[in-house]
Write a protein that binds this ligand. Structure first.
Ligand SMILES: [Zn+2]
Length: 315
């Protein structure tokens, strides 16, 4: 009988989950709609049935679930998974104690922030494996980050260390959903890239991007084919992200920076632009041992990292 670990990644649209062995082998995966619009009670029921599904699936792999980890958006107090801060995609979620949802399950359940989980997956079994000090960021609708030192997450005094998206890039800049100003996320997330591309399209009426709705996949595709509006906005986007990473590199002097999230699939040229920018902005001595890599687990990093929360803690 193998010991395995359940991981659950709660997103605004889907709950992704699976079973992982202590050596990082994926045994089982499942995905169900989160149905957050049906309210918190229904969401808790969905989480419980996902956890039950994991426990029931384990014996088919001759395995037993030793514990379950849950990754959630917002500021999450580890280990009990108390939701203490902003979760715009899940109204009413603040104040929830995640482990208590499973209090009648006969196994430990812990909760942590979703970006922390993604970072942990990459640090333990992905692009950051074998490194001692890494910074892990996610680029998508939201911008998240995680700092992992000697295999341990740096969670911070009130559990929000690594909030990369709220690093201030522009003094007195655009207003963030938290009411603060100039946060990186407002400029470089999926919405920021779309907004900046739309502005540029006024200069390029012949661009095919003028036809139909703009989305990140289409903009990155147009960037690869040399569309001038897309090239200008993607170059600027990469440079802003690289500037912010450069500040992190100056602060932490990491061995590795791992870039994940939907936008990290933008291709080698996009990542190269970010890399060039980091090496241009970070102080030279901080980059002599630095590697910048793309995340390996894609949209599975969340649940894999949530499962990792228990590895080494229990067996
Ligand atoms: Zn902010």
């Amino acid at each position: 009988m193998t010991i395995c670990y359940g991981g659950i990644d709660l997103g605004g649209s889907f709950i992704k989950a699976g079973l992982l062995t202590g050596s990082g082998k994926v045994l089982h995966r499942l995905i169900v709609p989160a149905e957050v619009e049906r309210g918190i009670a229904a969401l808790k029921d969905n989480l419980r049935s996902v956890a039950r599904g994991l426990i029931e699936a384990a014996p088919t792999y001759d395995a037993k679930v030793a514990g379950i980890g849950v990754g959630s958006p917002g500021t999450i107090r580890f280990p009990e998974g108390l939701v203490t801060g902003a979760t715009p995609n899940i109204p009413g979620w603040i104040g929830t104690n995640i482990s208590r949802i499973f209090s009648d399950f006969d196994l430990p359940v812990v909760g942590d922030n979703d970006a922390n989980c993604m970072g942990l997956a990459e640090a333990m079994f992905g692009a950051g494996k074998g490194t001692k000090l890494g910074f892990y960021l996610t680029l998508g609708t939201g911008i998240g980050g995680a700092i992992i030192i000697d295999g341990k997450l740096l969670r911070g005094a009130s559990y929000c260390a690594g909030e990369f998206g709220h690093m201030v890039l522009i003094y007195n800049g655009l207003e963030c959903r938290t009411g603060r100003r100039g946060c990186l996320e407002q400029y470089v997330n999926a919405g920021g890239l779309i907004r900046e591309t739309r502005k540029r399209l006024e200069k390029y009426p012949d661009s095919p991007l003028n036809d139909g709705d703009l989305d990140v996949v289409g903009i990155l595709e147009a960037f690869r084919t040399g569309d001038p509006a897309a090239v200008e906005s993607v170059e600027e986007n990469a440079d802003m992200i690289g500037t912010a990473i450069g500040s992190v590199v100056n602060l932490l002097n990491p061995e590795v920076v791992v870039i994940g999230g939907g936008m990290s699939q933008g291709g080698d040229r996009y990542i190269d632009l970010i890399r060039q920018s980091v090496f241009g902005y970070a102080f030279e001595s901080t980059t002599s041992a630095l590697k910048i890599k793309v995340a390996e687990f894609g949209n599975e990093a969340g649940w894999i990292g949530a499962a990792c929360l228990n590895i080494g803690q229990i067996n």
